[in-house]
Design a protein around this ligand. Structure first.
Ligand code: C2E
Ligand code: CA
Ligand code: CA
Length: 754
């Protein structure tokens, strides 16, 4: 999951990088296309301007032709007055834009319009003036109109472009020269309009022939000095070289085919860069130039780029948001998975992985009590009512645990099946014990679910960090020792103390010894005789003994629970049954009964009944002589199963005896429902009856009920004659105790009875 989540962000960054590359690419393309647009626009303007200039000039040439024809007519040109008349006639159309002259071959202006006659500059001779000389000579040699250099006319007080044409007779002999002067500002209307309206364009016309401006750019247009400036040949050559290279063709072709060329160049009279378009008007040998500062491209590009940047950011904001949504969904999924991995599915409580992880992060000096809560008889809930019911009970237990701990700073976790861990922070030992009591009380309340009523209890082991241990692992282990101790009594809590650890470890080593002991046959049985009120032998109870070479004799009260808790009991039980029957079979002299103690784990172990019968058959002891001794604790287990087993034994003729009556939660009502043959009154009861009248009365009641049900009463641990006599009067039938016999090896009993 983390992998996916990291990769989502990796994907995002890759996406971002790719987007950025695309963005740069688009920017470059945009720049290119803006440049292209600007170029096309500029070339368009160049073309339109060139066309209009050409059209104007052609128009002027036509006017010159018309004038020539009029003056030729009837040799008007020879008549000064008529010539003036003709010129005036033509001028009526637009006097301001231009003027006409008639010039002789010596360069003298002979005639002009009537209004301008007086203003004529007498000194002006076109052949003598160096500015006009060349073009005038050219006019003489040419059939076409020739445009002269732009000059400032004091006479007209304006910058003027002259166009001259030699008029010839039918044989081609030159007769006279007509000239037309155009006011630079007014004479080229479209051109001036273009200049007016294209603020950031520089439009100009310059002369191919002598590299002078014909019409200077707007900012310089009225400066006569500009028209005296000849472009340097090198600079023009530079441009030619550049254009030839860029267009991959010769300059001649460009001129000939009238290709509009555009190139970036340093601005005339300025340091900045500009884009320059040129068009050659072949007819008049003029170049039309349109120039625009490249700043325009930058400006347009900047605008487009700003929009792109905004778009890019907006798009990425959206994408970022999308990725975040995906990532946070992944994170939620991941959290859910982590929750699932660290929490119990059924109860939603943190599980043991959570605990381990949680505590590995805690500081060593953190103070907490660890309460190991283990259900005492949870198995019966599952066995009696099914697993669904068991699950319900677990949920209810969880609810109660939370309830009992809600006022404290506690963490409740499910450790395994029916084991819970409560970690209580910052409590005194006293408070921790009160908490354990509260938990026990809450847990032992009846569970009323799905129409069933169930009583459960728990055992709790408590230890403290950092008093007992400093690591969670260790604290847990110590609580477990305490729990082990609490389990002996059940429905109680035990606080860890060093002694427990010792006992636990002793138990552990005893357990190991016990495994060996069964193999090495260190274990044997003795028999304690039971007698009638007449002191006659009626039965023998088999009692197990273990004599270890290191520990010496170990009492069954100590090692039977160890065998039960370590899973050794079924094996040990089988061993005892075999030994007891084997030994008892040696006792052939009498008809007395043989009782064998059967513990819970043994009773529930697989094949117990079958094994018992098999051994009985082998020993050839009469089944009617045999009794099994069971304890009340059996009946809080799966009652149906227990009753079934009891009835199987009884069906085989084997009697069932209820041992230790009066110690546990013995109840008279239990007695009434059990198919038992014998009741053994516990020694603790027997001990009391001499002194305690109430105990006597209670016992009397029990014996009466038992008798009504045909149950035989056996008194255990009878140590005095007085005890025997009282028990006798209360109705006891069988007596067992040191007063009569101690448990003895079978051979001693045999020889004693001889
Ligand atoms: P229990 O079945 O109630 O056995 C009677 C215990 O009381 C025996 O202790 C016996 O020695 C002792 N006892 C009998 N008369 C007197 C008396 O007058 N005074 C005193 N102070 N004690 C007397 P033991 O043999 O130590 O057995 C203790 C318990 O161990 C038994 O209690 C029984 O619960 C268990 N046990 C013993 N042998 C076996 C066995 O073979 N199988 C199983 N499952 N449990 C056994
Ligand atoms: Ca017994
Ligand atoms: Ca007993």
């Amino acid at each position: 999951m983390l992998f996916i989540r990291n990769n989502i962000w990796l994907a995002f960054y890759v996406f971002l990088l790719a987007g950025f590359a695309a963005f740069i690419f688009i920017l470059m393309k945009t720049h290119e296309s803006i440049r292209e647009d600007v170029r096309l626009e500029q070339e368009n303007l160049t073309r339109i301007t060139s066309n209009s200039v050409t059209a104007s000039l052609r128009q002027y040439e036509t006017l010159l032709d018309i004038l020539g024809q009029e003056l030729l007519h009837e040799d008007n040109y020879l008549d000064r007055e008529k010539s003036i008349q003709e010129i005036d006639k033509l001028l009526t159309a637009s006097l301001t834009a231009y003027n006409f002259f008639l010039i002789d071959f010596d360069g003298n202006i002979v005639v002009t319009n009537s209004l301008s006659q007086d203003k004529r500059e007498s000194s002006l001779n076109l052949l003598q003036n160096p500015k006009t000389k060349e073009s005038f000579n050219l006019t003489l040699d040419s059939d076409a109109a020739v445009i002269g250099r732009t000059y400032f006319s004091y006479w007209e007080n304006a910058l003027i472009i002259p166009i001259r044409k030699t008029i010839r007779d039918k044989n081609g002999q030159p007769l006279f020269i007509v000239s037309l002067t155009i006011n630079i500002e007014k004479g080229l209307p479209f051109f001036s309009n273009t200049i007016e309206h294209s603020a950031d364009y520089s439009v100009f016309i310059y002369r191919e022939r002598d590299r002078y401006f014909q019409v200077a750019p707007k900012r310089l247009i009225n400066d006569p000095a500009v028209y005296e400036h000849q472009f340097s040949e090198e600079r023009i050559q530079e441009s030619i070289d550049y254009v030839e290279k860029a267009y991959d063709t010769s300059f001649e072709t460009i001129k000939d085919k009238q290709i509009i060329t555009t190139h970036v160049t340093g601005k005339f009279n300025d340091d900045s860069q500009s884009m320059m378009s040129n068009f050659y008007i072949k007819e008049f040998q003029l170049w039309v130039g349109v120039e625009r500062d490249t700043h325009v491209i930058r400006q347009k590009f900047f605008q487009a780029a700003t929009n792109l940047v905004l778009l890019f950011f907006f798009a990425y904001a959206v994408i970022f948001w999308l990725f975040r949504v995906i990532s946070s969904n992944e994170k939620k999924k991941e959290e859910l998975l982590t929750f699932r991995a660290t929490h119990d599915f059924l109860t939603n409580l943190p599980n043991r992985y959570f605990l381990d992880n949680y505590f590995s992060k805690l500081e060593e000096q953190d103070s907490y009590h660890l309460l190991f809560v283990d259900m005492d008889n949870f198995k019966s809930a599952n066995d009696n009512f099914g697993h669904d019911y068991g699950d319900q009970v677990l949920i209810e237990i969880t609810r109660r645990l939370k309830l009992s701990t809600q006022d404290r700073e506690c963490l409740v976790a499910r450790y395994s099946g029916d084991e819970f861990v409560v970690v209580a922070f910052n409590l005194s030992s006293f408070e921790a014990e009160r908490l354990a009591e509260a938990i026990l009380e809450d847990i032992s309340k009846p569970y009323l679910m799905s129409g069933n009523r169930l009583i459960l209890s728990a055992s709790i082991g408590i230890s403290h960090c950092p008093t007992d241990a400093s690591s969670f692992e260790e604290v847990k282990r110590l609580s477990d020792f305490a729990l082990y101790e609490a389990k002996h009594n059940k429905n109680c809590y035990t606080v860890f103390h060093e002694e427990l650890k010792k006992r636990y470890l002793d138990d552990l080593s005893l357990e190991n010894k016990l495994r060996e002991a069964i193999k090495n046959e260190e274990i044997y049985v003795v028999f304690q005789p039971q007698v009638s009120s007449e002191d006659l032998l009626t039965g023998l109870e088999s009692l197990v003994r273990w004599n270890n070479k290191d520990f010496g004799p170990i009492p069954p009260n100590r090692f039977i629970p160890i065998a039960e808790n370590s899973g050794l009991m079924p094996e040990l039980g089988r061993y005892i049954i075999r030994k007891s029957l084997d030994e008892a079979s040696k006792f052939t002299t009498s008809n007395c009964s043989i009782s064998i103690n059967v513990s819970i784990k043994q009773f529930f172990s697989d094949g117990f009944f079958e094994y018992f019968l098999e051994q009985v058959d082998q020993s050839q002891i009469d089944k009617n002589r045999l009794k099994i001794e069971i304890t009340e604790s059996l009946f809080i287990q799966d009652l149906d199963y227990v009753l079934g087993m009891i009835n199987q034994f009884k069906a085989e003729g084997i009697s069932v005896s209820l041992d230790d009556f009066g110690t546990g939660y013995s109840s008279l009502s239990l007695l009434k429902n059990l198919p038992i043959d014998e009741l053994k009154i516990d020694k603790s009861f027997v001990d009391d009856i001499v002194e305690d009248k109430d105990a006597r009365l209670l016992l009397q009641g029990i014996i009466d009920i038992a008798h009504k049900m045909g149950i035989t009463i056996v008194a255990e641990g009878v140590e005095t004659l007085e005890q025997k006599q009282i028990l006798d009067t209360l109705g006891c039938e069988v007596f067992q105790g040191y007063y009569f016999y101690k448990p003895l090896p079978i051979k001693d009993i045999i020889s004693a009875l001889k």
